[in-house]
Design a protein. Structure first.
Length: 117
């Protein structure tokens, strides 16, 4: 098992986490941890748009660059984290589960996750 696999499994071990995806800024999937029920390539293709929109919002609001974006959906939560200029992380959780500790871990491990790719 690679170090990236181990890091992704550590994130997936948080309560409620169903999928962890590492992808390029172009939306191409690099690695996915989670069951095969997810169309990981399609989800990966959507994530850069979220990151770009959050970055534009930060610029327009004078708040600076986005580093983490949280989207609450009808049946779950998506967390998008900018790992580097080239890499993004997406974590999908089921609804009704607290995720503050996960946000802290992602923030603390952002650079080390990027280095594993």
């Amino acid at each position: 098992m690679s170090q990236l696999d181990s890091a992704m499994q550590a994130l997936q071990a948080h309560p409620g986490v169903e999928h962890v995806l590492v992808l390029g800024r172009d939306g191409l999937l690099i690695q996915h941890a989670g069951d095969a029920s997810l169309d990981a390539e399609t989800v990966s293709a959507m994530v850069p748009g979220i990151a770009q929109a959050a970055g534009s919002l930060g610029d327009a609001a004078g708040s600076g660059a986005a580093s983490t974006i949280v989207a609450r959906m009808e049946r779950g939560v998506a967390i998008v984290s900018i790992l580097s200029h080239e890499l993004l992380l997406a974590v999908l959780l089921r609804d009704g589960v607290g995720f503050a500790p996960l946000l802290g871990e992602i923030a603390a491990r952002r650079a080390s996750l990027a280095d594993l790719v």
